[in-house]
Write a new protein. Structure first.
Length: 274
């Protein structure tokens, strides 16, 4: 299995980045499939290859899972951006990035990017552990992009953040309708939907669907380790915000491509090239 290590988010990046994960490849014979699960958050990826080439990539919101053949990546550093931060940072509507992976240079002017991150992809990656070097360059470049944004941009970002937080806080609780969230945040429902689509890439209800399936992924891994009784799966369905277990199974299959039992048993759809 790849070595996946959560890292501490540097203080200057904490309001932009929710988590940082470093992943290194294993031996070819042990290389597992790459499973990309649905995720409403956008990520910034720095990766190197065995040929010592490196790239900075933007992985937009994923509405469905994808399954790929495992490959060599000596270093893969993932920065998961907070809701609302990606729109500020990248400067494009997130609807343009849904289910896409693009190079950061396609979104940023090259000069603006390399002012703070010079050398990350301009030359072959150096041997050895360069995580600190990469984080240092990104820590210098990313906040500078936000500093140029207007107060109106910052206010829209805050509305996106507050809406996403409200939707994510509903696990195990009675669902608060989108209209009620809009009233609580003192905006119209239409305005909130438009801002969320622009700032996250998907409307609030699609965001909710993705979050429910992610709760099943988190809880199901625990249940799948043992022989979970049907009642425990039903409890997980209720906790994740589904009407019942059949509703959970149907939604899981739609977004993940396989039923929950098959996924947690490692029976994935056909693997595709990455």
């Amino acid at each position: 299995m790849p070595l996946e290590v959560p890292m501490t988010v540097p203080a200057p990046l904490r309001w932009l980045v929710s988590e940082i994960t470093s992943m290194r490849a294993c031996a070819p014979a042990e290389r597992p499939p790459l499973v990309h699960v649905p995720d409403a958050d956008t990520s910034l990826i720095f990766r190197t290859t065995s040929a010592r080439r490196s790239a900075l990539l933007v992985v937009g919101p994923r509405t469905r899972a994808s399954y790929h053949v495992g490959k060599d990546f000596p270093l893969c550093l993932r920065l998961r951006l907070r809701p609302g931060a990606a729109r500020l940072l990248l400067g494009v509507p997130m609807t343009e990035l849904v289910d896409r992976v693009v190079g950061l240079e396609e979104l940023w002017d090259g000069a603006a990017l390399w002012d703070g991150a010079a050398g990350l992809t301009a030359a072959p990656a150096p041997p050895g552990d360069d995580v600190r070097r990469v984080l240092g360059r990104l820590q210098a470049a990313l906040p500078a992009r936000i500093a140029a944004r207007s107060n109106a941009d910052l206010a829209r970002s805050e509305l996106v953040r507050a809406t996403a937080q409200a939707l994510r806080d509903q696990a195990g609780q009675q669902r608060e309708p989108v209209a009620a969230i809009a009233r609580r945040l003192a905006v119209s429902e239409r305005h909130m939907r438009d801002v969320v689509r622009d700032g996250i890439g998907v409307p609030p209800k699609r965001f909710e669907r993705i979050e429910r399936v992610r709760r099943v992924l988190a809880g199901g891994r625990v249940l799948a380790r043992g022989r979970a009784h049907t009642a425990r799966w039903a409890q997980l369905a209720a906790t994740a915000g589904f009407y019942d277990q059949s509703h959970m199974a149907a939604e899981f299959r739609t977004l993940m491509g396989v039923p929950p039992a098959a996924f947690f048993a490692g029976r994935f759809p056909s693997l595709q090239p990455c």
